[in-house]
Ligand binder design. Structure first.
Ligand SMILES: NC(=O)c1ccc[n+]([C@@H]2O[C@H](COP(=O)([O-])OP(=O)(O)OC[C@H]3O[C@@H](n4cnc5c(N)ncnc54)[C@H](O)[C@@H]3O)[C@@H](O)[C@H]2O)c1
Length: 386
């Protein structure tokens, strides 16, 4: 069960008040960071703002990287390790939680090892690469009784929460069709994002998983049943757009599209692009029997609402449009909310703010797009038993 957005925000406010009191060393949550690359910068900055957290350990496969990272971010008293295993095998650390900030193919091994050692996990998105890995993570989570939350910070954005509120209000009636996705005209990242051996998947894992979460969370994450998927990488592999050395190693998707049948007779139409000859492949749309919602796409990534949303519905027989203005977010940034909601779940013995039971379906859709694209036809979604 997803924690309702408002509940998360309320928890957050309460915790901030508590935090103003002095916190003794023994009440501090001891946190480790696995993978000290780019996204770890956002994690460390948020943890530093949390008065009840002590970051005690950092690990990276690249020698000296974690040490340099700690120095850059002014974190002292940290122990350094050459891998997630070295860190989690250290009995003296007594970790309460880790942030897994590695590239995608290392998400499952790191998260599973941490859970086996009895450590709570904040796992960066996407959950992992394959459906089988997602199930392995969930098995380890179940066995450990620990919390594992996936790092979808847009969940905590008031505008994203409004989408779910609109659907749950019933104003759209029964939902039968959703369209989601988006992307960039040109915006292929490089580094570890463009190779299967590190990222496993491309645009789908980087930005596609956000668009899927935006609409699937709103409608209650119905189970995917079949997928017809397509992937391509015309831009990433072309020296017209990429440096020759990047084009040569590029072997993930830079564009993906899919037609997905979901439980409850709902159709999902999805497309995501890191690069294309177009401004956007379209807005996100939720169509229902009483009304439809248009969520404007952004030209960058679809982890946010790109402008005022519109509900199309009939009022006393008149075709009417109701504009939902963009809510100007107040309070802490989304990353701080994501970290705080995870920490609060640990402290209050609560449930994961972004649970694996939902994101399993997000991952299964992505994985089955890859598999369907490989065979060139529609396939049934197969999810192993938990
Ligand atoms: N939530 C967000 O807004 C957001 C934004 C960007 C990236 N991400 C996600 O964060 C993840 C990392 O992205 P990044 O840009 O920081 O990548 P990166 O390549 O810059 O950093 C990953 C680091 O992890 C290290 N690493 C890999 N396996 C390891 C292991 N087993 N033990 C220790 N260190 C290990 C690598 O050496 C590397 O330094 C990706 O999954 C990405 O999807 C999330």
């Amino acid at each position: 069960m997803a924690v309702k957005g408002d509940e998360v925000l309320n928890q957050f406010t309460q915790t901030v008040v508590e935090e103003e009191a002095e916190i003794s060393e023994k009440d501090m949550l001891r946190v480790g960071i696995i993978g000290t690359g780019w996204i770890a910068e956002s994690h460390i900055q948020s943890y530093k703002r949390m008065k009840d957290v002590k970051v005690v350990a950092m690990a990276d496969l690249i020698p000296g990287k974690a040490e340099k990272f700690a120095k850059t971010w002014g974190v002292e008293g940290v122990k350094f390790y050459g891998s997630h295993k070295e860190m989690l095998d250290d009995p003296d650390l007594k970790l309460d939680a880790v942030s897994v900030c590695t590239y995608n193919v290392q998400h499952a091994p790191c998260a599973i090892y941490a859970l086996e050692k009895g450590v709570n996990v904040l796992l960066e998105k996407p959950m992992c690469v394959t459906t089988e890995e997602a199930i392995e993570i969930m098995r380890a989570e179940k066995k450990s009784g620990k919390i594992l939350s996936i790092g979808f910070q847009p969940r905590l954005d008031e505008n994203m929460q409004m989408i779910k509120k609109i659907v749950e209000s019933g104003v759209l009636g029964k939902i039968y069709y959703i369209q989601t996705g988006g992307g960039r005209r040109r915006g292929i990242p490089n580094s570890t994002f463009i190779e299967k051996k590190t990222a496993g998947i491309g645009a789908m894992g980087d930005i596609g998983c956000y668009s899927l979460d935006c609409v699937l969370n709103a409608i209650g994450y119905p189970k995917p049943l079949t997928v017809t998927g397509y992937t391509s990488n015309f831009f990433g592999t072309s020296t017209d757009y990429e440096k020759p050395e990047d084009a040569a190693r590029f072997n993930v998707d830079d564009f993906a599209a899919a037609f997905v049948r979901l439980e409850g007779g709902i159709i999902l139409d999805f497309r995501i692009a890191w690069a294309m000859h177009l401004d956007t492949p379209g807005d996100s749309i939720i169509m229902g029997t009483k009304g439809s919602l248009r969520i404007p796409s952004t030209d960058c990534w679809n982890g946010t609402v790109g402008g005022p949303m519109t509900i199309y519905h009939d009022v006393c027989g008149q075709q009417t449009q109701t504009v939902i203005p963009v809510i100007q977010s107040k309070g802490p940034g989304l990353f701080d909310r994501k970290i705080r909601s995870f920490l609060d779940a640990i402290k209050e013995n609560g449930t994961a703010p972004v649970p694996t039971s939902q994101i399993l379906y997000n991952q299964a859709i992505i994985d089955h797009i890859v598999k369907s694209a490989e065979v060139g036809h529609e396939i049934e979604v197969k999810i192993p038993e938990l």
